[in-house]
Design a protein around this ligand. Structure first.
Ligand SMILES: [Mg+2]
Length: 403
C-alpha cells in the first residue's frame, strides 16, 4: 500500500515536480559546478523523490526526481509502479551522497548489491535511476542526452505500432492505408489472438492478416508482426512458410523469451528475421541470443533492461553481430535518445505505440508526436521533459516504506 509521506501544498508540489524555472522550464541548465565548492567531484545527490502527479482528469503518473547539492536535478517518467516501489525500498537511501555523474560506478555497484539483481523489478528500478541520472547529467551540462552519448541524428524514424486496432479486414486495411498516408513506412501488427490450439485454421487466419496488410499498403511499407508469446515452434514454422512471400520485416516474440532453443530453430528455418528482447535484462541476455544466432532484432527496453547505460552496451554488442537494436516502445524518451545516438545501420527505428502514446505523456509540455513518420530530437537539456502545470491538480511524494 502506498503511504503518503508528505502532502505538499499545490504550489510547493508543482515546484518539487519541476514545473517552472527550477527544472529548466526555460530550457536553461544549471551552471556547471554551481553550488558546493564548484568541483565536479563534489556533486552529490541530496534528495530522492518519487512524485505522484494527479491530473485534473484524475489521471495519475509517477516521476522520479533526484536533487543535488548544486541545484541541478534529474527528472524521469512516467515510471512503472513496480520500479517506483523498488527505487523507494532498495535504492533511495543509498543514492543520498552518490556522485550523480558516476553512472557506470553506480550501475555496477547496484548490480552487485543484490543476488536477485539480474532481472525483473530490481533492474527496472535500476533502469529508472539510471535514466534519471542521465537526465540530471544533461541538465547539469546543458545538453540533450543523445548529444552526451555522442549522437548527431536530429530526427529518428518511428514505426507505427498498431496494438489495439481492429483486425476486421476492411478496418485493418483502412487503418494501414491511413498510417501510410501519415508517413509511416513501417507498421507493426499483432497476431496474438490465435495459436497452436487453433491448428491449421489458426495459421491460415494469421497468414491472412499479413496478406490483407500487404495488399493494403503495397510494396513500399515494411510490415512487422508480434505474436506476444502465443505460439509454439510448429505453429511459427507453419506461419513463416506461409507468409515469407509477403516479406515481413520481422516476426516478434513467437515464444517466451525463456525458450532460446525455439528462437534458434526458427531463425535457422526461416528467411524472416526473428525479434525479441523487451524482456531482456542486462547485456548478458543479449549476448546469449546473438551468439546463438537466435535473433536479428534486439528489442530491449531502456526502462526495463538497465537504462540508457545498458542499452548503449547492447547496441555495441548488436553491432558486432550485425543485428539491429530497435527498442521496445512502452515509453519513448530514453529509447529515442539512445537510438539517435547510434548509427542508423544499428538503430534504424523507434517503436511508437499509437494508441498508448496518445495519452501516456499527458503531464508533459512536449509530447513526442511523429510528423511524417519521424520523431524530432529535443534540443532541451536532458531528455527535455517539462511538466505542464495546467494539467496537474496535485503532486505528492509517495513512499512504500514502513514507517
Ligand atoms: Mg512486443
Amino acid at each position: 500500500m502506498v503511504e503518503y509521506v508528505k502532502r505538499r501544498s499545490f504550489l510547493a508540489g508543482l515546484a518539487a515536480a519541476g514545473v517552472g524555472s527550477q527544472l529548466g522550464g526555460s530550457g536553461q541548465a544549471v551552471a556547471v559546478g554551481s553550488g558546493g565548492n564548484g568541483k565536479l567531484g563534489d556533486l552529490k545527490i541530496t534528495k530522492v523523490e518519487i512524485l505522484q502527479l494527479t491530473g485534473k482528469n484524475k489521471r495519475r503518473a509517477l516521476y522520479l526526481k533526484l536533487h543535488t547539492n548544486a541545484g541541478a536535478v534529474g527528472l524521469y517518467g512516467p515510471i512503472d509502479n513496480e520500479a517506483a516501489m523498488f527505487v523507494d525500498r532498495f535504492f533511495k537511501r543509498g543514492l543520498i551522497g552518490q556522485d550523480p555523474l558516476a553512472t557506470e560506478t553506480y550501475w555496477d555497484k547496484m548490480f552487485r548489491a543484490s543476488r536477485h539483481s539480474r532481472g525483473s523489478h530490481y533492474i527496472m528500478a535500476l533502469s529508472a535511476v539510471d535514466n534519471t541520472l542521465w537526465d540530471l547529467r544533461g541538465r547539469y551540462f546543458g545538453l540533450p542526452v543523445y548529444r552526451l552519448l555522442g549522437g548527431s541524428r536530429k530526427k529518428v524514424r518511428a514505426y507505427a505500432s498498431c496494438l489495439g486496432f481492429s483486425q476486421e479486414p476492411s478496418a485493418l486495411q483502412a487503418k494501414a492505408r491511413e498510417l501510410k498516408r501519415q508517413g509511416y513506412r513501417h507498421q507493426k501488427w499483432f497476431v496474438r489472438d490465435r495459436g497452436p490450439s487453433h491448428g491449421p485454421e489458426g495459421v491460415e487466419a494469421d497468414a491472412k492478416v499479413v496478406r490483407l496488410l500487404r495488399e493494403a499498403v503495397g510494396d513500399d511499407v515494411d510490415l512487422m508482426f508480434d505474436a506476444f508469446w502465443e505460439w509454439d515452434l510448429q505453429y511459427a514454422l507453419a506461419w513463416t512458410r506461409r507468409v515469407e512471400q509477403y516479406r515481413p520485416r520481422w516476426i516478434e516474440e513467437p515464444f517466451q523469451t525463456a525458450n532460446l532453443d525455439a528462437f534458434i530453430e526458427l531463425s535457422r528455418e526461416t528467411s524472416i528475421p526473428v525479434a525479441t528482447g523487451e524482456h531482456f535484462y542486462g547485456r548478458w541476455d543479449v549476448h546469449k541470443f546473438l551468439k546463438a544466432g537466435a535473433i536479428m532484432v534486439v528489442q530491449a527496453d531502456p526502462e526495463w533492461c538497465g537504462g540508457v547505460s545498458e542499452l548503449v552496451k547492447m547496441c555495441t554488442l548488436a553491432s558486432v553481430h550485425g543485428a539491429n537494436v530497435i527498442p521496445h516502445g512502452h515509453s519513448i524518451h530514453a529509447a529515442l535518445h539512445v537510438v539517435a545516438s547510434q548509427p542508423v545501420e544499428i538503430c534504424p527505428l523507434v517503436e511508437y505505440l499509437i494508441r498508448k502514446m496518445d495519452t501516456y505523456y499527458h503531464f508533459e509540455k512536449h509530447q513526442p508526436r511523429p510528423v511524417n513518420g519521424m520523431l524530432e530530437l529535443p534540443e532541451r537539456p536532458g531528455f527535455g521533459i517539462e511538466l505542464d502545470e495546467s494539467k496537474i491538480a496535485d503532486v505528492r511524494a509517495v513512499s512504500w516504506q514502513q514507517s
